[in-house]
Design a binder for this molecule. Structure first.
Ligand code: PEP
Ligand code: MN
Length: 353
């Protein structure tokens, strides 16, 4: 992938690059009011959804092309760059016709290679920045595939937006962050700008600040945050939008740490981590060896692989133990589940030999 790290001239020289604006364009007045306040606070890129992909029909599906004229007026009045989501070729043509400066591909669209390919073909020969949101499902290859389709038609001003992943049981987050996925994306494409979308990850206003800070601590390049002058009355995503003044507070509260100022102390601590990782690996290998021996025993005695009581016993013992050692119980459960899953897999192989 040939990448250009400057998405828009004049805005992304220093972290974080910020895109802000309402989830949806609702009325010309609502769009313009938000833009003026955001622009006065130094926000340089406005967002507003014109076509809204809704889970079920009947919700607010966006104002359509008319809203592009409102964004054009925002550009004229405030000098801001304007951006919106495109999901079809028609959206692309309309957006380009109205001088939209930056496009993004939504999570539901990224998950569909046919749709992404269509969009890519409509963008052939156009020099415009395009940000690709992660697909709704936690599939890094699908995310990269979408970026590659755009790269293959010659686009170089590409970036990624991490907006979290759908999960059946929602707890704290609307969409689980699964930070390791965007971290792996950044490891593979260090020059690809990554923005965090704390609004769609969090789903509630209170989570915007901590998620934004976490993104900055992970060295993300920017943030895309939903901001509405009257969030409670918003026609979509009301619970997660913040007022422009709250956005200003959030942004000024962020601590921006620099990468690569690694001190001598840090390298000592890193050596300790390397050493501990080695020990963990050896222990895991040992545990798997024992587990394979158990597999052989089960085969000889015609037993099933999963003995539920035993698994319960492990969870019931280790999780409180973890708590006592200041290890987060949910984290401990995730680890034990992963280890158990791998043990079962290895024992099944032995049983079927
Ligand atoms: C949005 O940005 O308003 C949106 C619909 O986001 P996503 O594609 O991440 O669900
Ligand atoms: Mn939204």
């Amino acid at each position: 992938m040939k990448l250009d790290s400057i998405l828009l001239p004049g805005v992304d020289a220093k972290r974080p690059m910020v895109i802000a604006g309402p989830c949806s364009a609702e009325t010309e007045e609502q769009v313009m009011n938000a833009a003026k306040l955001l622009s006065a606070d130094g926000i340089k890129i406005m967002r507003a959804g014109i076509w809204k992909p809704r889970t079920k029909p009947g919700g607010f599906e966006g104002v359509g092309s008319e809203g592009l004229i409102w964004l054009k007026n925002v550009k004229k009045e405030t000098g801001m760059y304007v951006s919106t989501e495109v999901a079809t070729q028609k959206h692309v043509y309309e957006a380009l016709k109205h001088g939209i400066d930056l496009l993004w591909i939504g999570a539901r669209t990224t998950a569909n290679p046919f749709a992404v390919q269509e969009i890519a073909e409509a963008l052939q020969g156009v020099d415009i920045p395009v940000l690709v949101k992660n697909p709704v499902n936690p599939d890094l290859e699908l995310w990269i595939g979408a970026l590659e389709r755009l790269s293959n038609v010659g686009l170089t001003r590409l970036g990624a937006i991490h907006r979290g992943f759908s999960s059946y049981d929602k707890k704290i987050y609307r969409n689980l962050p699964q930070w390791h996925i965007p971290i792996e994306l950044k490891r593979r494409y260090p020059d690809l700008p990554i923005l965090c979308d704390p609004s769609h990850i969090g789903g509630t206003r209170d989570l915007i600040q901590p998620l934004s800070q976490q993104a900055m601590d992970l060295n993300y390049d920017g943030l895309i945050i939903e901001s509405h002058c009257n969030p409670d009355e918003a026609w979509s995503d009301a619970a997660q939008q913040v007022t422009p003044s709250r956005l200003k507070e959030i942004l000024s509260s962020l601590v921006i740490r620099e990468e690569g100022q690694s001190t001598e102390d840090l390298s000592i601590l890193r050596r300790q981590i390397d050493e501990l990782d080695n020990q963990l690996l050896e222990l895991l290998a040992k545990r798997m060896r024992v587990s394979r021996e158990i597999g052989t025993f089960k085969k000889e005695h015609n037993m099933t692989v999963v003995q539920t009581d035993r698994y319960d016993e492990i969870l019931n013992k280790r999780i409180p133990q973890a708590k006592g050692l200041d290890v987060d119980p949910e984290f401990m459960r995730t680890i034990l589940e992963a280890i158990h899953e791998e043990s079962v897999r290895q024992q099944v192989v032995i049983l079927n030999k």
